[in-house]
Design a protein around this ligand. Structure first.
Ligand SMILES: Cc1ncc(COP(=O)(O)O)c(C=O)c1O
Length: 438
């Protein structure tokens, strides 16, 4: 990119930022208040945006309304968890039923938890499942059981992999607050030779991977990579754990079902709780049997809210009454068509979109890396100024997208809003064509 183009972008960015400050004055003052109790005014790092985050007042259907009174079409969908939107009547009924007829904090097993478990097992081809309160926790438990069962410690993971707040890997290292500083072998995503070598090395208990890296530009594992990892793990006696926390909504049977693979264990979270905090992990009965409390010894797996009445009712209602197999198939097609339209719109520019079904990500490539050469997030660097400019301008057009580019669809979003977004992207590409052209 020429230096005059860079200057134009810097200027456009400064102007967009200035408009943002004016449009969102109440959010600014709320942020200043928040800094008095939260470090940096924040209790969830991904939601921090500079110069300050927009504060939301409410959500209804597929829309969000900010404290400054702006209405947005929600294309963030709570980082995929808000598949059912913000006020789906089926979810509200399930929650109201619990509040009025079932009660909170029962402190005992319930028939409802097994209905929900059965549905999850059926959908995602699990022999046994256990519940947690988050995707992070699900991964921690899956790793713990893998290590106990195999009596080994090391875990093969992939650069840019995100498996939770204390399980992140970028820059070839675990994040500084990772649960274990050591015991990881971090491999480039989609590099099968390197993955096989790592899996075959001494002392490896498990390989933990996403079938599409939600934090790595929504780039997918190639079918050969997925099959090759599964095969190498099986041969080496290493457990293959697929993190489906984000991707389970991609099709009626998650990414594993879509790609025809059969991991030893899978982990879950996000929308499966019907919009409430949830996580789960499951798979082979012989591995999960390690938690069977009728046996001695067995692994204790606790969690006060694991089987809470709100989540077991709302999650079950969501899967059986909203996201039925048929609806999941239809939604997959809607998402794929949306991605294709966006890809056509930006063809030949620095702006790219990748993803599967209803989860995708935008990216602005710096330098000269062609789209066809991008196999994983390590293959390119991002132009942060363009990324920021895109975010500011899409907000002005009434689209709530994440700063980092992740987009996830809410089930009830009208097609007209998806088309309007494609139009907004087209307008952005035309407005900055000199800078965006390769
Ligand atoms: C792939 C993946 N795994 C695990 C997690 C962690 O889930 P949670 O935020 O529920 O702890 C996330 C959350 O974004 C995720 O995307």
């Amino acid at each position: 990119m020429s230096s005059s183009s860079s200057q134009n972008i810097s200027q456009a960015l400064e102007e967009a930022k200035a408009r943002y400050v004016v449009r969102n004055a109440k959010s600014k003052s709320l942020h200043e208040e928040a800094t008095k109790s939260f470090p940096g005014g924040n209790t969830r790092t991904v939601l921090h945006t500079s110069p300050f985050p927009i504060s939301m007042k409410s959500g209804k259907g597929y829309q969000l309304t900010s404290e400054d009174g702006h209405v947005y079409t929600d294309l963030t969908a709570e980082f995929t968890a808000a598949l059912y939107g913000h006020s789906n009547p089926v979810i509200l009924d399930a929650v109201n039923n619990v509040l009025n007829n079932v009660g909170l904090n029962i402190g005992a097993t319930t028939p409802q938890e097994q209905l929900f478990a059965r549905e999850l097992c059926r959908r995602f081809d699990l022999e046994r499942v256990r519940f947690t309160n988050s995707g992070t926790e699900a991964n921690l438990h899956a790793l713990a059981v893998a290590r106990l069962v195999t009596k080994k410690r090391k875990v093969v993971v992939f650069n840019k992999g995100y498996h939770g707040g204390v399980l992140m890997f970028w820059g070839g290292k675990p994040a500084p607050n990772n649960v274990d500083p050591d015991d990881w072998i971090i491999v480039k995503y989609n590099d099968l030779d390197a993955a096989v070598k790592a899996i075959q090395s001494e002392g490896v208990a498990a390989v933990l991977m996403e079938g599409m890296q939600g934090n790595g530009s929504c780039l997918s594992a190639t079918p050969e990579f997925l099959a090759g990892v599964q095969d190498a793990a099986a041969k080496a006696g290493v457990l293959f754990i697929l993190d489906e926390v984000m991707t389970s909504r991609i099709s009626a049977s998650g990414l594993a079902g879509l790609r025809g693979i059969k991991p030893d264990l899978k982990t879950f979270g996000k929308y499966l709780g019907g919009g409430l905090a949830f996580g789960g992990f499951g798979g082979r009965a012989d591995i999960m049997g390690a938690f069977d409390p009728r046996q001695t010894p067995s692994i204790p797996h606790s969690g006060t809210f694991n089987n809470n009445t709100l989540v077991t009712h709302a999650g079950y209602a969501g899967l059986t009454k909203i996201y039925t197999l048929d609806i999941a198939d239809k939604f997959f097609k809607i998402g794929e068509s949306f991605i294709s339209k966006l890809q056509e719109t930006v063809e030949g520019t620095r702006l790219g979109f990748s993803g599967v079904g209803s989860i995708l990500c935008s990216r602005f490539v710096d330098g000269d890396t062609e789209v066809k050469d991008i196999k994983c997030a390590d293959d390119f660097t991002e132009n942060e100024a363009l990324k920021d400019l895109f975010w500011f301008e899409m907000l002005e057009q009434g689209f709530w997208i994440t700063r980092r580019g992740l987009i996830a669809l809410v089930l009830e979003t009208p097609q007209s809003e998806l088309d309007r977004f494609v139009g907004a992207v087209q307008a952005f590409v035309s407005k900055y064509d000199d800078v965006l052209a390769f």
